[in-house]
Design a binder for this molecule. Structure first.
Ligand SMILES: Nc1ncnc2c1ncn2[C@@H]1O[C@H](COP(=O)(O)OP(=O)(O)OP(=O)(O)O)[C@@H](O)[C@H]1O
Ligand SMILES: [Mg+2]
Length: 211
């Protein structure tokens, strides 16, 4: 089973992915892989450093798209496909929907080009379930201020950019409704975790019936 988490920076993805991984580890014997993007392999972590480095402000939009996709291609080939083939559970904090939302809708790169690159990078490996943590940009700004955050290169992109990314995510969630579940990111952590667990439990029981 392959589960991904999507949403704006600071929406609560890692919080929820961590809770889900703990719960799966407690309840099942299957191996659970917890991955974050960009990263998860030696090559992908090095690409991550390039992408997030505040020194790299001259990075072109196309270079950004291709670097995220290169990091993903390595992760898919080295970790995700082998794990899924062994019947293990993979939880990924961001995946190719992030590229569609950020580089496609956010940066304005042609969506058909983004789609082709996503296919190439993932060898058509789609998640079974994608949780989209939907939260207004103002709420994100409040959280970031509260946490006294300093921003990395991606996070320094401005309000209008994040609004486009958010609308992009909402559009993707509609067009990919068969695998998307939208969560109210302004709800409490426990409430969100309970919604996630219901969906995952159901998917696991369906998968077990087909064994
Ligand atoms: N449901 C919630 N209600 C209020 N605050 C929350 C909730 N979930 C997470 N937070 C807080 O919001 C902040 C961001 O959470 P988290 O790191 O999980 O987000 P993220 O989406 O993984 O962010 P990033 O994209 O930067 O990795 C943290 O300070 C976390 O404690
Ligand atoms: Mg996170």
């Amino acid at each position: 089973m392959f589960v991904t988490f999507e949403g704006l920076d600071f929406s609560g993805k890692s919080t929820q992915a961590t809770i889900l991984v703990e719960k799966l580890k407690q309840q099942r014997h299957n191996v659970v892989h917890f991955l974050r993007e960009p990263g998860g392999t030696t090559i992908s972590e090095r690409i991550r450093d390039l992408l997030l480095d505040k020194q790299n402000l001259e990075m072109s939009d196309a270079a950004e798209l291709l670097l995220f996709s290169a990091a993903r291609a390595q992760l898919v080939k080295e970790v995700i496909i082998p794990a899924l083939q062994r019947g293990e559970i993979v939880i990924c904090d961001r995946y190719y929907d992030s590229t569609t939302a950020y580089q496609g809708y956010g940066r304005g790169i042609n969506l058909d080009a983004v789609k082709s690159i996503n296919r190439l990078a993932t060898a058509g490996t789609d998640p079974d379930i994608t949780f989209f943590v939907d939260i207004p940009v103002e709420e994100i700004e409040r959280r970031k201020q509260k946490a006294g955050m300093t921003f990395d290169r991606m996070e320094s992109s401005g309000r209008a950019f994040y609004e486009r990314v958010l609308q992009g995510y909402r559009g993707i969630a509609q067009s990919e409704a068969h695998r998307f579940f939208t969560l109210d990111g302004t709800a409490g952590e426990k409430e969100i975790a309970a919604d996630i667990w219901k969906v995952v439990e159901k998917k696991l029981s369906v998968k077990n019936q087909h064994k």
